[in-house]
Design a binder for this molecule. Sequence first.
Ligand code: NAP
Length: 594
Amino acid sequence: MADFILPQNTSPTRQASRRLDGPIHAERHVNIVCVGAGASGLLLAYKLQRHFKNYSLTVFEKNPAVSGTWYENKYPGCACDVPSHNYTWSFEPKLDWSGVYASSREIYKYFDDFARKYRLFDYVKTSHQVTGAYWDDATQGYDITVNDLTTGQEIRTHCDILINAGGVLNNWRWPAIPGLDKYKGTLLHTANWDDSVNLEGKHVGLIGNGSSGIQVLPKIQPIVKQVTTFIREPTWVSPVQGLEQHVYSDEEKRDFATKAGQLTEYRKGIERGLNGQFGIFLKNSKPNNDTHDYMIEQMKEKLQDSFLEDKLIPKWHVGCRRLTPGVGYLESLGKENVSVIYGEINEVTEKGCLCDDGKEYPVDVLICATGFDTTFKPRFPLIGPDKRNLQDVWKDEARSYLGLAAPGFPNYLIFLGPNCPIGNGPVLSAIEAQADHMLKLIDRYQTHNIASFTPRQEAVDDFISHKDDFMTRSVWADPCRSWYKNRPDGPITALWPGSTLHYIEAMNELRMEDWEVKYSGNRFAWLGNGYSQTELDDTADWAYYIREVDDDEPATRGGKRRKLTKSGTVRATAGVNFTGRSSEEAEKPLRSNI
Ligand code: NAP
């Protein structure tokens, strides 16, 4: 028998009054708008569809396709440096990844296939860009404006809950160098790549040595006439070791598909390895110290050049900036057709870059591997009840509630918001934990007569203060320039104060004491007409609690965790890890790919 649900399209107040007609916990209709159909937006659609009734969902996506960053980033060499079998949802393995590290195209297809398999396109409106969200007190929801990029028309809609899954590494940006608009050659940005540009035989300029620049150089160096790469900060480039690139044979793929448990064990082994690396990010820890010594040795061996060693090996701790395994990057720097210009670019001229050594470096094509706007401001005005715009509130420092909400902005949730574990460990697992946390909130909203929920300011202040204290112990606080913070000595806004497993456990339960909740009418209206849902379901066992043995779930957090993690079943030092070494060895120097 169907559960009793409250009718759609009635105001929260009217829905509250209707609660006396229904049993306890009757579900009110909830109308959700999600911004973005990248990995997070698609996961939200999947989970809502799987778990919820009496809801509507529209996912607005500005691109003509889903998959977000993996649709947009197509530059030569673009790939994910997390092993492919662990760049999947925990519940949705892919049996036929081509190799250990997958190209952006293959990852794009994984998420596109995921959307097709579960009919998630039913919720997605592609080529629709959200341009504004305005809180409306009367309806306790947001009025949303959307630009239909195909017709150019503005659409207006409304939602009870707004979820921003717009991504953190999405708003790519040109470097702030004067004269960029004067350049007469071909200008490219790695995150907005133009496939039609032929680099063969050209003299190419490459700005930046972040993860994107490190991936591009070895791919273009063999085909172009010359590369001049402009670098202004040293960076740790980690060697590839352990699980190196390897193309899976047909036999391996067949085994993954047919041998029970084989792929799961393989994925678990890699994930344990990824989760075991957190210590590297703590200052003066053994893993960090050992990795430091090991990397210096590796970088010197590959560079074989005292000028480059001096300029490229950082003084700050390993991991302050995101580490990228540099497959062939350092070796490329020493090739005959590559020159490294170290320092600031003062100006871009019609021909190329004018640097602080006073010289002009002309190039035919200028590639900016210069990253993204990572201020965490929404990309559209988000106006709260007191008419403040979150874009202004987070102009200098984004202060969130556990990476998923903003004080003063009710019924607004964010995937991978400020201080999420985006560089702390496996990221898709963190997105899943966030989605599950959001579902708990939405469930409560639906069944508890809630009109609005907003994180309390004092809860956010306490969280930020704890986070800042923790960060002093982390390598991220060193004075490097990194998108993890707005300035080298600024607060760290992009990372979680702990490991990914730590975040997953923190996300595990709702802390309603941190939320300011407004009800539609009486806070106990959800008690309804005195009947339980069970009594209205004549296919349910009305005496479900009578049993033969005490088979209760553990009552405490510790007990639940031990059961969930199968504590006592895995020997700590026997974990297979992705470096191919024992976990004990894995405490020693290693690369990081998170
Ligand atoms: P990024 O890490 O922010 O690096 C930007 C680079 O551009 C830096 O070297 C920066 O130099 C340089 N730059 C910026 N403005 C400049 C200017 N005015 N003059 C000279 N140089 C300038 O960006 P990204 O490489 O695109 O990577 C961003 C993130 O995307 C990565 O950290 C990673 O999380 C993700 N990503 C992941 C993968 C993957 O395989 N999983 C691949 C690519 C990217 P300074 O450091 O001196 O500012």
